[in-house]
Ligand binder design. Structure first.
Ligand SMILES: Cc1cc2nc3c(=O)[nH]c(=O)nc-3n(C[C@H](O)[C@H](O)[C@H](O)COP(=O)(O)O)c2cc1C
Length: 399
């Protein structure tokens, strides 16, 4: 893994030797886009936060370590094995946007990582890399706060609500966190892996990073590979890697399909394994779940929709009602009780959820179901139908 070879300290040292604006420029020039799923350009996000007025001088950096997406575990590995890269990236972000405080929002189930992280934060403070006077005029503290096991709290505005001590439910946007985030102050929320790569970018340069990957998807990406493979684990590939290459590395060449992006992702069939992992093709925050030849795809659809029905926060109707209605439809399909008319209604409902749900949870919840219907109609036991509506395409892309 490239990240394992990055020497800690150099990135922060180089950042502090430049102006905050120059640091944002370096991140911008690297082309890095967020590694948490949505793929927003990190440099642009930082510039927006740096340029947003902070009436009482406060700005925040939040590390999204909620990692609730089924099939994703690369952040856990980074936090366990390379925590200083992440903490250093947060400090670089704090300097770049003019923040004085950073918070690691750690998934509740990762509580066993807490002591190690607190120890590293203390060690960095003792070394003068955190606290008062990290550089003349730059004070920066990092603290850690545990989540309580709600998937929706990985959504950045629900996360902020949770951090402020309220029930974790997404906020209406705008305003976005970059202008009004934690306690109403400009806030950068970035994924664990994003912070780690930022440290590497400052240490090795924007050109080093952008030389890897594609024009629109620069740099390497960590993938959590799981499911029906001989060698599951965390892999690093340049963005733009064909799905077939990931399968070959992990020993999953007999796969029927891959669910890329986790429960909120899409199901890619074997005939499309030439497609690439990239923001312009099949994007993922890191989940790569391999479906072997013996899997029952209705099980996959049901399992994923059960997850969403459980995890919907209930705040908006499309998600609250849509997830249980589609789950019921999948069970009807399984029992041969789903008429073509009902299926058409489900597909229309899925389209409504994609455009009217308040946050990405509801918007993406029907995507795997839709991609399974599109690519595996026989496996989904779709009854003979006068023709399925044309919009059987997941919101995240499709062919
Ligand atoms: C339901 C839901 C769950 C999410 N969970 C996570 C998560 O666990 N970790 C994460 O980094 N981003 C998660 N996100 C994306 C965040 O809202 C946000 O885009 C991300 O933290 C920004 O960081 P990045 O730009 O570095 O990717 C989630 C989004 C949604 C809609």
């Amino acid at each position: 893994m490239t990240l394992a070879s990055i020497e800690t300290g150099t990135g922060l040292q180089r950042a502090l030797a430049q102006s905050p604006t120059d640091v944002v420029d370096v991140v911008d020039r690297s082309g890095i886009r967020g590694r948490g799923g949505a793929g927003f350009p990190t440099g642009r996000k930082w510039r927006l936060a740096a340029d947003s007025p902070a009436p009482d001088g406060r700005r925040y950096v939040v590390c999204n370590a909620d990692e609730g997406e089924p099939g994703t575990f690369k952040d856990r590995v980074l936090l366990a094995d390379l925590p200083d890269l992440v903490l250093e990236g947060m400090t670089i972000a704090g300097y770049a946007i003019g923040a004085t405080e950073g918070v690691v929002y750690l998934r509740g189930e990762y509580c066993y990582l807490r002591d190690g992280l607190v120890e590293r934060i203390g060690a960095r403070r003792a070394a003068g890399l955190l606290g008062n006077g990290v550089r003349p005029g730059f004070d920066f503290e990092i603290r850690l706060q545990l989540g309580s096991g709600a998937y929706v709290c990985g959504e950045e505005t629900a996360l902020l609500e949770s951090l402020e001590g309220r029930r974790g439910q997404p906020r209406s946007r705008p305003p976005y966190p970059v202008t009004s985030g934690l306690h109403g102050a400009p806030t950068v929320v970035d994924n664990v892996e994003t912070f780690a790569w930022v440290t590497a970018i400052l240490a090795k340069g924007a050109d080093w990073f952008s030389a890897v990957g594609t024009d629109r998807s620069t740099g390497p990406k960590l993938l959590s590979v799981s499911g029906d493979v001989a060698r599951p684990g965390v892999y690093e590939f340049p963005l733009g890697v064909p799905i077939a290459d990931v399968l070959a590395a992990a020993g999953g060449t007999d796969a029927r399909a891959v669910v890329v992006g986790g429960a909120a992702g899409q199901c890619v069939p074997a005939s499309l394994f030439g497609r690439t992992i990239s923001f312009e093709d099949v994007s993922t925050g890191g989940a790569f779940i391999v479906i072997g030849p013996d899997r029952v795809l209705l099980d996959v659809a049901e399992n994923i929709m059960e997850f969403f029905a459980d995890e919907s926060c209930g705040q908006c109707a499309p998600c609250r009602i849509g997830t249980v209605t589609i789950l019921d439809g999948i069970r009807r399909l399984r029992e041969g009780r789903c008429t073509p008319e009902h299926l058409e209604r489900l597909v229309r409902l899925a389209g409504t959820m994609q455009v009217t749900s308040l946050c990405g949870l509801g918007q993406s919840s029907p995507d795997v179901f839709l991609s399974l219907l599109e690519h595996f109609p026989q496996d989904m036991r779709v009854p003979a139908s006068p023709g399925l509506p044309a919009q059987l395409v997941p919101a995240g892309g499709g062919e």
